[in-house]
Design a protein around this ligand. Structure first.
Ligand code: HEC
Ligand code: HEC
Ligand code: HEC
Ligand code: HEC
Ligand code: HEC
Ligand code: HEC
Length: 298
């Protein structure tokens, strides 16, 4: 091959690699240049109002200034669990989702206050007030302590990361990998394209729940296994339920649970679940035990 052709091909492939890297994070999160303006969106050197030199009094309120229901700097409104396609216009050229995500689409993570237009019935608490997680460092069904009070930055790295959805590379002291996936030319915030290892984010705090088989001391539903049957079911009344799988037909925590919060309703036996505090909706994506029927269709 002619030398100039090799050089040309190298230049083209480097440009592609760099373009790929530039779109991996999104918004003000990472891929910073040496003379970036981004730091100043969240930090002030002398006039900060919160710890870590933040421009807000907590990590939670900083994130919500853009991602909250009255935020203006991000299209992903995590309070109402909605993608609002015109909200990040103030951040020119940082719109990373609109090509794939319709306006008003429900977000993959669910919502912290409302989801699908209804008030939530359970959420992860992102306000920095609890460090007690089920199973942490111990047994399923028992609360244990994680390394710090949980807030948005317990799971996400605001400076970007090599993981899917800027999931932190170390959570609760555990180093984890949640592979980036190819969502095409833009992010898709309403249709799952999960990597097969997405359960790792949950296992970082709820370690004993992440099992491919029952363990010797107690029983738990398998995760991180392949499932090739149907994942949706419609009953005689026409009510439909369905659950998503991750890459390679992998059954993951997110097949049954939402990461942020759900508005699913629980009645009867389902309201009396084995949550040690008494039943709530345990971040489940369907009403009652719709998640079970989606696959088992009993
Ligand atoms: C989207 C908001 C945001 C942007 C943009 C941002 N940071 Fe941060 N930064 C945070 C938050 C939130 C924390 C606290 C993280 C935590 O609680 O774990 C933090 C923590 C830090 C820390 C202390 C902890 C650590 O990770 O070392 C440093 C240093 C830092 N940021 C530097 C920067 C610099 C330099 C830039 C620009 C290149 C920048 N940040 C851009 C939100 C941001
Ligand atoms: C317990 C871990 C955890 C906490 C706490 C958390 N997130 Fe997430 N977040 C995730 C995961 C996992 C996803 C990916 C959801 C998916 O694709 O199914 C996600 C997705 C997102 C997305 C993309 C939109 C979506 O819903 O898929 C945004 C934006 C986001 N989180 C912001 C936040 C903010 C802001 C906070 C704090 C108010 C927060 N997150 C707290 C784990 C967490
Ligand atoms: C200055 C505004 C701003 C602040 C503050 C901010 N974000 Fe973002 N964030 C964005 C924008 C813009 C995007 C691109 C997607 C969109 O438009 O919602 C984004 C995207 C994200 C995503 C999705 C990343 C991906 O890979 O798709 C996550 C997760 C996220 N932010 C978490 C956080 C967390 C956690 C905080 C607080 C520590 C925070 N953000 C603070 C503007 C902001
Ligand atoms: C940073 C640590 C951390 C990570 C990562 C994490 N959790 Fe949690 N989780 C907690 C804490 C703390 C609680 C209890 C306090 C609360 O309800 O927010 C909790 C509570 C829960 C609950 C019970 C909610 C209820 O209704 O009481 C479920 C279900 C759950 N987590 C599932 C998950 C799943 C699924 C993932 C992965 C998407 C995950 N967790 C990732 C810390 C974590
Ligand atoms: C097949 C569906 C399914 C999968 C997969 C699943 N869960 Fe659950 N999870 C549930 C249901 C249903 C509940 C409510 C309690 C019950 O009825 O068993 C629950 C409850 C929980 C709770 C609340 C405490 C408790 O023990 O009841 C935590 C924490 C939790 N799950 C974490 C996880 C994590 C972490 C993963 C992945 C490693 C995971 N779950 C995978 C269905 C599932
Ligand atoms: C994504 C599809 C899927 C969903 C959703 C699902 N299951 Fe399963 N279930 C499976 C698969 C696959 C296995 C076989 C796991 C293995 O042994 O490899 C299984 C196994 C089981 C078993 C046999 C366990 C054993 O030890 O032999 C029971 C009981 C069960 N599931 C109940 C439930 C209940 C209850 C729910 C709702 C909380 C549920 N499943 C949700 C796919 C699913």
């Amino acid at each position: 091959m002619k030398r100039w052709l090799i050089v040309l091909l190298l230049v083209i492939s480097m440009t592609l690699v760099m373009a790929g890297t530039a779109s991996a994070n999104g918004g003000p999160h990472g891929d910073y240049t040496a003379t970036t303006d981004s730091c100043a969106g969240c930090h002030r050197a002398h006039t900060a109002t919160g710890q870590n030199l933040l421009v807000a009094n907590s990590t939670y309120s900083l994130c919500m200034s853009c991602h909250g229901s009255s935020g203006t700097g991000a299209n992903t409104n995590v309070e109402d669990g909605l993608y609002l396609s015109s909200r990040d216009d103030s951040l020119a050229n940082q719109d990373v989702g609109a090509a794939n995500t319709p306006d008003n689409a429900p977000l993959l993570g669910g919502g912290f206050v409302n989801y699908r237009g209804t008030a939530v019935t359970s959420t992860h608490d992102p306000t920095g007030t609890t460090n007690q997680a089920w199973g942490a460092g111990g047994e399923r069904g028992q609360l244990g302590t994680i390394d710090d009070n949980m807030d948005c930055a317990s799971c996400h790295d605001p400076h970007g990361s090599g993981n899917y959805r800027i999931i932190k590379e170390t959570i609760n002291g555990v180093s984890i990998s949640v592979s980036q996936v190819d969502e095409g030319s833009a992010k898709d915030y309403d249709t799952p394209h999960w990597p097969a290892n997405i359960s790792n984010v949950c296992g970082a705090c709820h370690d004993p729940y992440q099992h491919a088989t029952n363990d010797t001391s107690s029983y738990t539903h398998a995760v991180d296994v392949t499932y090739s049957g149907s994942t949706s079911y419609t009953d005689a009344n026409g009510t439909s339920v369905s659950v998503p799988l991750a890459a390679n037909n992998t059954l993951v925590c997110s097949t049954c649970h939402l990461a942020h919060g759900t508005s699913a309703s629980m009645e009867g036996y389902a309201a009396n679940s084995d949550l040690p505090t008494g039943g709530d909706s345990a971040l489940l994506r369907e009403d009652n035990r719709g998640v079970c029927q989606a696959c088992h269709q009993k």
